[in-house]
Structures are given as C-alpha cells and as structure tokens.
Design a protein around this ligand. Structure first.
Ligand code: GLU
Length: 476
C-alpha cells in the first residue's frame, strides 16, 4: 500500500505580529511538507474574537509570503476542507459538539472564573496539580435547568476518563504517557458559544487531513487532551513533534530584550528572507549543511530526526552573518530594490547600478547605504574630519599637507582614476601600502574601512575628489 501523502499545517492565532518562534514553526512545517512531496496548509485560529484581529491575519499572510512559505491550501486558496479561518467554522464545531453532547462525552459547566480560581488555589496549596475539580460533572437535568434559569452561561467540558493513560510518541520528545486522572475535564466550548482551542484545533486537523504537526513545546501538555477529543470523535490524530523553545543568549525565552523583533520589524529594518530562514533552519534542528541555502535546498535537508530537545539560541550576531551572505548574493536588480529607499532620488539608472555594485558587499542593512551615498554624492566634507581627536584627522596629519596637495594636483591633471592617482602619488611622495592608501581613504570617505575606492572615485567625479583632497590639506 502506498504511504498517505504528508500533510502539515501552520495554525497561528492572529493575536499579534508573527515572531521568530512562530516563523520557525511555519518554516519547519513547510520544509517537512516539501521534503516529502506533501501539502502545507495554513489555518487561522481566530475563534477568540476578543484577541484576534483581522489586521494581524493580513500581516501574517504577508509575512509568510515574504518568507517564501506559500501554502497549498488556506486563506485565499480554498479547497474542499475550507474555510481555513476558524471564525468561519462555527457550524462545523457545533455539529461535532452536539454529537459529543448526545453521547454525554461533554457536559455544561456553570462554574464561574472566580470559583475555578479558588479551587485551583486550594489544590496548589494542598500540593496537588491544579485541575478542574469536576463540580458540574454530576449535575442532573434539574440542577442544570436551575442554573440556566439564574442566567448563568455554561461552558462545555470534556469528560476525561477517570483512569487510564493517554500515550503517544512525539517526534522530538519520544514516548509520552499522561495519566487521565491528572488531566481534569477541560473546556471545549466557551461560555460565548465559541469552540475552545483544544477542540477546534484537534477537530480541524482531523477534518483537514493533517497528519504531521510540528509546533511549540508549550503545546506538548495539550496533546493528551487533543488525543482524547479525536478518540471520542473516532478521528485520526496527527503525529506531533514539539519544537524546543527559542531563547536569547542568556537562556531566557526569547523576547524584545534580546533584540528579537517581529517579522515585520525585521523586514522593515532590511533583513532578507533568505537570512531569516537560514538562521531559523538551524534553531533546534541540527544540520551539517553549510552556507546560505535556498528554501528548496533547506527542504531537501530537513529531517525531523534532527530536531533537538534542548532550547535553541537565537543570536543576532549569527543572523547578521546570514544577512551578510544573503546581501552578498543579491542580484543587481534585487540589490537596487532593497537599497532604493536609502538612495538619492534623482540617480540615473546606470549611476544607481554602479553605486549599488560598488557598496553592496559592504552592507548588512540597507540604511548603511545612506553613509556611502553621502560620501559619493554629497558635497560636504566627511564629518569625521571635524574631530581633531579622531583617527581620520590623525591619519591625515601623519600624511601631511604636501601629500594632499600633490594628490589633488594629480586628479586635476589626470582625472579621478584610482590607479592613476595612487601610481602617481607613489612616485611623487615615495609612499606605498597603508601609508599611501590610509590617508587617502580617510580624506575621501572619512573612515578607515569601506568599499573599494576605485569605483567610488569614478562615481564621485573629479570636482568632488579634488574638493575632498584640498579640504584634507587644510586639516593636515
Ligand atoms: N493557534 C495555536 C498557536 O498559535 C496553534 C497551536 C498548534 O500549532 O497546534 O499556538
């Protein structure tokens, strides 16, 4: 018999912007589906009307597309299992819940939040794991009717078997076993009539044919409850893999404090999707694969057997290493588009192309181009030359006034050509190596490092180069 096709999904709750942890979950599910020639679904878990926002959903779709993680079915790509927004699946949940009600697998619970909190605290104080005490489990029809008559709005709770175990094998954590007696009856329908997470999530996975779920470790303890729901409905359950937490370099869960930003913020800062997916690929997933890889190549090398249990450390320095490599490989058209917001508006297309080519290899983020645009197209002298204690002034003074007078004379006579300039200066001043290049670089750009000077000089043009050299002569 042939193996069923692998179906994975990403099921975000649109209650905020997509962060790196969720982006990694999406990526791993996408990679796993691609690796096995399967399908990747996108389901929006927006049953919590208060916390879910349409703009977060829109942002999510945009972020996923930007990362390159297109879905085979989901919002905007409906198939027979649609809709893929849980807020539109109320009737599906209702029908399944009615069935469970008829079979007495669920019961109405009238306990208030306060009553539950009091019971929870009492259990904790008694050193027991807190779980629903079962107060409403034994209510008879009259008891229920009386509470309804008081105007109480019940939730529906799933009746967890009193004894027995729920067992499953997790792709990351191996064999798992939970005692039913520890689980407590849990809510499957909220008091406002909407389906609760455990229920809608488990039911939808079954109805949508999802057979592999990679998701955050924080959901591991939810899994036995979800298995109980699927069993009660006679439905099959996916195989789960619970991904290790992503932490900052201090080992604490990743947060803003670690420089972690939402996908939108990273994109707006100029990070490239290639850099992000390459970093995420190696967070909690070990791989011998070196160098920046395409999504297709990452998919080829993704293996759930390589998912690790220990927390994965997010590292902005490492992200920047990938970013540098991604920038390095941008083709001219994408490089120009990436930099355009930071380029002078009036550049002729060929000048823009030459400028981008000249600076691209020196950039990590696009706003750094503004500095080089100022160097190449600006008329003001580099600001570092106004700092008498700075290294530019020191380097210029060490070369001396005559050096710059000679340099500007060469450019006047022979144009702004780097090779000609350095060749002639070497002859006239006897300087070579760093003694020759360093003061020139400082005088022309105001800094010790940067892109190759030859193409910059061409773009700057004679007048600007002469003005800089003459200004340096006054500083020296
Ligand atoms: N909506 C849940 C979340 O964002 C989905 C969990 C799951 O992937 O099953 O955490």
């Amino acid at each position: 018999m042939s193996q069923p096709i692998v179906v994975t999904r990403f099921a975000p709750s649109p209650s905020g912007e997509l962060h790196l942890g969720n982006a990694r979950t999406a990526l791993f599910n996408w990679l796993h589906a691609r690796r096995h020639g399967g399908r990747f679904l996108l389901r929006i878990e927006d049953t919590d009307a208060e916390r879910s926002k349409a703009e977060f959903t829109a942002q999510l779709l945009e972020d996923l597309r930007w990362l390159g993680l297109e879905w085979d079915a989901g919002p905007g790509r409906e198939d027979a299992a649609a809709p893929y927004e849980q807020s539109r699946r109320g009737a599906v949940y209702r029908a399944a819940l009615e069935r469970l009600e008829r079979e007495e697998r669920v019961y109405p619970c009238f306990c208030s939040t306060l009553e539950i909190e009091v019971s929870r605290r009492a259990q904790i104080a008694a050193g027991k794991p807190p779980r629903y005490a079962g107060t409403c489990r034994a209510l008879d029809a009259a008891g229920r009717a009386a509470r309804l008559a008081e105007g109480r709005k019940p939730t529906l709770r799933f009746r967890v078997p009193d004894s027995g175990k729920v067992e499953f094998v997790d792709l990351v954590h191996g064999e798992q076993s939970f005692s039913c007696s520890d689980l407590g009856d849990f809510v499957v329908q909220r008091a406002d009539g909407s389906a609760a997470f455990f229920f809608s999530n488990a039911l939808d996975d079954a109805l949508m044919g999802v057979n592999v779920v990679l998701r955050g470790e924080d959901h591991l303890s939810n899994t036995p409850r979800q298995l109980l729901i699927a069993m009660a409905l006679g439905m099959s359950m996916p195989t789960y893999g619970h991904l290790s937490l992503i932490t900052g370099d201090d080992g604490a869960p990743l947060s803003k404090r670690h420089g972690a930003r939402s996908l939108r913020q990273l994109r707006e800062a100029g990070y490239l999707p290639e850099a992000i997916v390459n970093h995420l690929f190696r967070l909690g997933h070990s791989s011998a694969l070196a160098g920046l890889q395409s999504l297709a190549s990452l998919a080829e090398h993704f293996d759930t057997a390589h998912l690790g249990k220990s927390p994965a450390r997010f590292d902005t320095v490492q992200l920047d290493v990938w970013q540098k490599e991604a920038v390095h490989r941008l083709d001219p058209e994408r490089a120009s588009a990436w930099l355009r917001p930071y380029l002078p508006a009036e550049l002729a297309p060929d000048v823009e192309r030459a400028f981008v080519a000249a600076i691209q290899q020196n950039l990590i983020l696009p706003q750094e181009a503004a500095v080089w645009a100022q160097v190449v197209f600006g008329d003001a002298a580099p600001t570092s030359l106004a700092d008498p204690a700075g290294e530019s002034v020191a380097a210029i003074r060490a070369a001396g006034r005559d050096f710059f007078i000679a340099a500007s004379a060469v450019v006047r006579e022979q144009g702004a050509d780097w090779k000609t300039l350095t060749g002639a200066l070497k002859e006239r001043t006897g300087r070579k190596g760093p003694d020759l290049f360093k003061p020139l670089r400082h005088a022309l750009t105001g800094s010790a490092h940067g892109p190759e000077l030859a193409p910059l000089l061409l773009l700057m043009g004679g007048a600007r180069v002469i003005a800089r050299l003459e200004h340096a002569a006054t500083v020296a």
